[in-house]
Design a protein around this ligand. Structure first.
Ligand SMILES: [Cu+2]
Length: 518
């Protein structure tokens, strides 16, 4: 399968020495064909994790698996049996080819474009001028409103424990049992929204770490996250585990049943959600107040949204000083905003200005920790949110962070360029951490896509809006236009990967090296 290529295994979410982390170029050289590499480390944690290759696109080829560590101490909940539910995305195309297509035509796999028909439908419900301005706005951003995933079911088959939907992976139960499901999103590119019609799910752990139990009907699982739930199936012989992709182009599906060979009805996919400006973290406030303003120059703030198209990028080979475009958004774009709004306006790293790899900046991001997420709001079901996740333990470090690092998640949709602060991994300096320090990382998502951000080797202790410890994670989901913060204890010396866990975003450059030195 791997041919004549070096390979690797990264143990996702596991605290271990840097040379056991399995990232070629940072942890070690990788494992050459025919070579043996022995990973040896002390296991210091329990819970639901997974492992995957960190070499090229091998993860998309299936080089991954579940990693379950039985804890030494008794668990704070009881289960009579358990099943791993691993969700992944499979393509018959070579992943290199998928990536090449995305670089050439980023909406290649997005067939859900808004059309004249949808315009007319919108015009009926919104009124023609509103529908037209909405579409003009999206046109200006060169973005399809239904661009929720870069890669869709056009090429992907969504798998549950390796089985396609028709394969109907089945986990058995006896009525009255408490069944623990260890849900792992091992996809390369796909977010899933999982529910089991007819059953409540009690979330007891995320990313391998215990949380106060919270009962929901549905949860969104970002790429690389894990969620442990307890269900108590009874009253029917079969229940469908339904995990639809966030872009609603397909689903993974399996069954909880009292014996093999059973199935329950499979729900229809939910309607495809449309991204609105609110999804970009910009309250729709003032959208109408701007009507009648002159058309903003291309480099200025999007008047509807507080969303900014950065200064017109200079041609890639232009040198600093030659660009004639303004290096900062036109300040008068905000004229008429009240002072409170001004005070909340997000600043941006200088490296984003005039940067051909950055097509969008968010101006008023919020954490949206209590937002179920696009496509899940008001659907009549109780949906998990980050704000409902509370670790069963207090802040394990306890110190106030000594400093703050702010990083922006940046991209250019039409170039399929992805980066931090507009700087790709290949041209970025490592982020220095000092061994033993407690620091705060603030992430600001300037792009219009969702990114699951994973720091290797150290925990990400997510904070609430008041800066209080909320939940310990290894992968932090960052919806478009959000600003979220977490604390990190730099208790692991060495070189660590820090990246978006969408495989093709990482490959495109949304990655940093973190270097922990004394
Ligand atoms: Cu990403």
């Amino acid at each position: 399968m791997l041919g004549n290529h070096p390979a690797s295994i990264h143990w996702h979410g596991i605290v271990l020495p840097a040379n056991m982390d399995g990232v070629p170029g940072l942890s070690f050289h990788g494992i050459e064909p025919g070579e043996t590499y022995t990973y040896r480390f002390q296991v210091r944690q329990g819970g639901t994790y997974w492992y995957h290759s960190h070499s090229a696109f091998q993860e998309q080829l299936g080089l991954y698996g579940a990693l379950i560590i039985e804890p030494r101490e008794p668990e704070p909940f009881r289960a009579d049996r358990e099943h791993v539910v691993m969700l992944t995305d499979w393509t018959d195309e070579k992943p290199e080819r998928v990536f090449a297509k995305l670089k050439k035509q980023p909406d290649y796999y997005n067939y859900n474009r808004r059309t004249l028909r949808t315009l007319l439908r919108d015009a009926r419900t919104l009124g023609l001028s509103r529908a037209l301005s909405d579409r003009a706005m999206w046109g200006e951003m060169r973005m399809n409103a239904t661009d929720l995933a870069d890669v869709s079911a056009h090429t992907y088959t969504y798998l549950m424990n390796g089985a396609a939907p028709n394969g109907n992976w089945t986990g058995l139960f006896t009525p009255g049992e408490r069944v623990r499901l260890r849900v792992i999103n091992g996809s390369a590119m796909t977010y899933f929204d999982l529910r089991i019609p007819g059953l409540k799910m009690t979330v007891v752990a995320v990313d391998g770490q215990y949380v106060h139990p919270v009962t929901v009907d549905e949860f969104r699982i970002a790429v690389a996250e894990t969620v442990d739930v307890i269900v108590e199936p009874s009253g029917q012989d079969a229940f469908t585990i339904f995990a639809q992709s966030m872009d609603r182009t397909g689903y993974a599906r399996g069954t909880l049943a009292v014996r093999n060979g059973l199935s329950a009805p499979v729900p229809d996919l939910d309607p495809r959600p449309l991204l609105t400006m609110a999804d970009m973290g910009h309250a729709a406030a003032g959208a109408d107040a701007h009507a009648g303003h002159d058309a903003a120059p291309a480099a200025a703030a999007d008047p509807h949204a507080g969303h900014v198209m950065p200064a017109q990028p200079a041609p890639p080979d232009a040198h600093a000083g030659h660009a004639t475009a303004p290096q900062q958004p036109a300040p008068d774009a905000h004229a008429g905003h009240d002072m409170a709004a001004m005070a909340r306006t997000q600043s941006h790293p200088a490296s984003e200005a005039g940067n051909p790899l950055v097509d969008m900046q968010t101006m008023s991001p919020t954490s949206r920790l209590d937002d179920p997420g696009i496509g899940l709001r008001g659907n009549g079901r109780t949906v998990l949110t980050y704000s409902a996740l509370k670790s069963l333990f207090d802040d394990p470090d306890g110190r106030e962070p000594g400093r703050t690092i702010e990083l922006h998640l940046t991209g250019h949709m039409q170039r399929f360029a992805w980066s931090f602060n507009g700087v790709k991994f290949s041209s970025a300096e490592p982020l220095p951490f000092t061994y033993g320090e407690r620091l705060r990382i603030v992430l600001v998502n300037d792009s219009m896509m969702t990114h699951p951000i994973h720091l290797h080797g150290m925990w990400s202790d997510v904070e609430d809006d008041d800066g209080r410890f909320l939940v310990r994670k290894h992968t932090v989901d960052m919806p478009p236009g959000t600003r979220r913060s977490y604390r990190v204890t730099a208790d692991a010396l060495g070189r660590w990967a820090y990246h978006c866990h969408l495989l093709f975003h990482m490959e495109a450059g949304m990655m940093r090296e973190v270097r922990v030195d004394r």
